[in-house]
Design a protein around this ligand. Structure first.
Ligand code: ATP
Length: 342
C-alpha cells in the first residue's frame, strides 16, 4: 500500500498524551503512515518560533493532510487561536463533526446519529473587535455570499454522498436579519436549485437546542455558521458521552486537518487520564477521507479495523474516567490494540 503522508501536530495540554496513544494504535494496526511532526501553539512558542509557524502551514499544504492534537487558546488576552488561524490559512472552510451514540457508553439517549457541518472561516470568528471608546466595544460578524453558498453546497454534496436524508440550519435570523438571513437564504437556494431531494428546514437556534436535548433523533444533519457550530458541537457531544468521544475534520478544497472537538483540557493535562478516543476517531475519519480520495478499499479496511477495535473495547467496558471507567490514556490505547485482531 502506498504510504500515507501526513503532518502530525501534537498540540499542548492533553495533546501529546492523546496523540501518542493514537500513533501507537495506528502502528499496531499497520497503517502505512509517514508522519512529519510539526509544532503549533504553545509548543511552537516554547520552541522559540511563532505561534503558527509558516513551516507547519507549508507542510500541511504540501501533504494536504494533518492530524492535530488540541492547542490552547488563551481567554481574554494573549495570542489569537491557532485553530482558527490554521483553518483560515489553509481555507479549511467545512468542519465536519459526526456525533454518534457508542455501544457501552450509557447516556440519556440511544441511537443519536447527527452530522454537524460548521462554517469555519467567518461569522464572529473573523476576530474583528474594536474598542469604540473606553467602555464600549464591538465585534463584527461577517457573512459573505460566497462563503455561505460554498458551505451550503458542501453540506448538500456531503449529504448526498453519505446518503443522509435531511439538513437543518440553526440560525438567529429573527435578530441578525442580514447576516444569518444571508446564511439561510444561500442554503435554501442550493437546496431548491440542486438538491430538492434532500429534506431541508430551518430552526431558530434556541428552539433548536431545546429540541436537541429533548429528542436528538429528529435531527440528521445540522448546518451552522461558525459560532453556533462551535457551541452546538459541545452540546451534541454531551448527548453521546462528552468531549472525549467526538471527532472532527476541517476540510477545504486542497487539504484537510483532522482534530478532536475538545480543547487542550489543561485541568487534566499530564495526568495520563485523558480519553484518546476523540482523536483516534478523528484519525479514523482521516483514513476514510484518504480512502475516498484514492478510491482505495484497503485503507477503508484499516479504518474499519481500528473502529471495530475501539467499539469492542468500549463494549468490553474498557473506559477512561470521563466515560465512568477507571482506565488511563495508555491503558485504553492498549485495550484497543489488543482488540485489533489479525
Ligand atoms: P476550547 O476552548 O479549546 O474548545 P473547551 O472549552 O471545549 O476548549 P476543553 O479543553 O475541550 O474545553 O475541555 C473541557 C473539559 O472537558 C476539560 O476540562 C476536561 O475535563 C474535559 N475533557 C475534554 N477533553 C477530554 C478528553 N479527551 N478526555 C477527558 N476529558 C476531557
Amino acid at each position: 500500500m502506498k504510504p500515507i503522508k501526513a503532518v502530525l501536530i501534537e498540540g499542548d495540554g492533553i495533546g501529546p498524551e492523546v496523540t501518542r496513544a493514537v500513533v501507537a494504535i495506528f502502528n499496531a494496526a499497520c497503517v502505512p503512515m509517514e508522519w512529519t511532526p510539526h509544532k503549533a501553539g504553545l509548543a511552537a512558542l516554547s520552541a522559540g518560533s511563532e505561534v503558527l509557524p509558516a513551516k507547519t502551514i507549508d507542510a500541511i499544504k504540501e501533504y494536504g493532510l494533518a492530524l492535530k492534537g488540541p492547542c490552547t487558546t488563551p481567554i481574554g488576552k494573549g495570542f489569537t487561536s491557532v485553530n482558527v488561524g490554521l483553518r483560515k490559512a489553509l481555507n479549511l472552510y467545512a468542519a465536519v463533526r459526526p456525533v454518534r451514540s457508542l455501544q457501552g457508553v450509557k447516556t440519556r439517549f440511544e441511537n443519536v446519529d447527527i452530522i454537524i457541518i460548521r462554517e469555519n472561516t467567518e461569522g464572529l470568528y473573523s476576530g474583528i473587535e474594536n474598542e469604540v471608546t473606553p467602555g464600549v466595544v464591538t465585534c463584527m460578524k461577517v457573512a459573505t455570499e460566497a462563503a455561505c453558498l460554498r458551505i451550503a453546497l458542501w453540506a448538500f454534496r456531503f449529504a448526498t454522498h453519505r446518503k443522509r436524508k435531511k439538513i437543518t440550519v440553526f440560525h438567529k435570523a429573527n435578530i441578525m436579519k442580514v447576516t444569518d438571513g444571508l446564511f439561510i437564504n444561500c442554503a435554501e437556494r442550493i437546496h431548491k436549485k440542486d438538491y430538492p431531494n434532500i429534506d431541508y428546514n430551518t430552526l431558530i437556534i434556541d428552539a433548536g437546542c431545546m429540541r436537541l436535548v429533548q429528542d436528538p433523533s429528529q435531527f440528521d444533519m445540522l448546518l451552522l455558521e461558525n459560532l453556533y457550530g462551535d457551541v452546538v458541537s459541545d452540546l451534541c457531544a454531551g448527548l453521546v458521552g462528552g468531549l472525549g468521544v467526538v471527532p472532527g475534520a476541517n476540510i477545504g478544497d486542497h487539504g484537510a486537518v483532522f482534530e478532536a472537538v475538545h480543547g487542550s483540557a489543561p485541568d487534566i493535562a499530564g495526568k495520563g487520564i485523558a480519553n484518546p478516543l476523540a482523536l483516534l476517531m478523528s484519525g479514523v475519519m482521516m483514513l476514510n477521507y484518504v480512502a475516498d480520495e484514492r478510491d482505495d478499499v484497503s485503507i477503508k479496511k484499516l479504518a474499519d479495523k481500528i473502529k471495530n477495535a475501539y467499539n469492542q473495547a468500549l463494549a468490553d467496558n474498557c473506559k477512561t474516567r470521563d466515560l465512568g471507567g477507571e482506565m488511563g490514556t495508555d491503558a485504553f490505547a492498549k485495550a484497543v490494540i489488543e482488540r485489533l485482531g489479525g
